[in-house]
Design a protein around this ligand. Sequence first.
Ligand SMILES: Cc1cc2nc3c(=O)[nH]c(=O)nc-3n(C[C@H](O)[C@H](O)[C@H](O)COP(=O)(O)O)c2cc1C
Length: 330
Amino acid sequence: MFDECLIRQRRFAPARFCAPLAGYTHSAFRRLVADFGGCGALWTEMLAARQVLGEDFQRSPWLRRRPQEGFVFFQLMARAGDPVDRILPRMADHGVEAVDLNLACDAPAIRRHEAGSALFENEADLRSVVLAARRHWSGILTAKIRFGRQQPDWQTRFAERVRFLEEAGVDALILHARFFEDKFRRRVQHELFPWAASLTRLPLVANGDLVSPAAVTSLAEHLRPVAAIMIGRMAVARPWIFAAWDQPLTVDHAQVWGRFWEYCVEDFEPPVAIRRLKMFTKYFAVNFKFGHQFNSAVGSAPTLETARERAEEFLQRGPELVSEPVLAGL
Ligand SMILES: Cc1cc2nc3c(=O)[nH]c(=O)nc-3n(C[C@H](O)[C@H](O)[C@H](O)COP(=O)(O)O)c2cc1C
C-alpha cells in the first residue's frame, strides 16, 4: 500500500511523506529521519516567504538540506503582495525542486498576516498568490489544505477551491481532513477522502492521524483513492516510522536521542538548539511508559549538557516502552 506516487511525472517511492511541522521539521530533524530512510519525501517547516530572500541556503536550519534527505518540499507561508517573482527564482537558483503552499494553518499569527487558512478563504488573494506562484515557478507546486471553515455551504466552497487549484496548475494537493476550527480536537474525517479525491484529477495526499501501518490498513476503504499518505506528529515521536513501516526494526532509543542532540548542536546556536531539543523530547517521550518523567527532566535542563546527562540517565536504564504511543494533547 502506497508504494509509489507520481507527481508531475516524478516517482515518489514509497508514497509516505513526512509532514511540515513548524519548530520540528528543521534540518536536524530531517537529517535524523533521512538516516533511517523509508520516507518518500520530507517537508520543511512553514517558511515565511519574504524571509527566504534573506536566508543563507547553506547555513540556515530552515533551508539547509543535506544530500541524504532526498526529495524535500519547501513549504511557503505566502500572502498576496509577496515578491514571489524574486523569492521563487532564488529558491530555484539554490536547487529547490518542489514548493508547497500552506493554505491550512489557522494560527492567529498566520491569519493576521492573511496567510494560511486566511488565504484559503480569501478568493481574490488566493488567486493572486497561486497564479503568481505558478507563473514564477516551473518546479513541482503543491498546496496543503483543510476542508475550510465549517459552514452550511462548506462543500461548495471546498470544491470551488479544489477546482481553482487544479486549473491554476498546482501539481498535487495535501489534505489534512479537518476543518480549520477543529485544530486537533475533533477526529479526522477520513471517510471524506474519496469525496475529496473525486473532485479533482490531481494526486491527493491524505494527512491526519495516520499513525501506524495498522491504522492505515484499517482505513484502507477510505484511503483507496488517495495517491500517498503524510505523517506528522508520529514521525516526530518515532523518526524511524517510515523505515519500520514494512519491516521490523530494532531501535536504540538512547542512540536516536543522542544523535538528534548532536544534529541540533551542529545546526543551531545553543539557545535555539536547547529549545528544539526540548520540543522534540516532548514527542519522543510518548514512547515510554514513564515518558513524562523523561520529558520533565529534559524540559527543565538549564543547558544542553545537562539535558544530555539527564536523557542518558533515563534512557540507559532501558525504560519500559509503550506499544502504541498516544499523541493526545500534542
Ligand atoms: C506543532 C505543529 C506544527 C505544525 N506546523 C505545520 C506547518 O508548518 N505547516 C503545515 O502545513 N502544517 C503544520 N502542522 C500540521 C501538520 O503538518 C499535520 O497536518 C497535522 O499534524 C496532522 O497530521 P498528523 O496527525 O500526522 O500529525 C503542524 C502541526 C503541529 C502539531
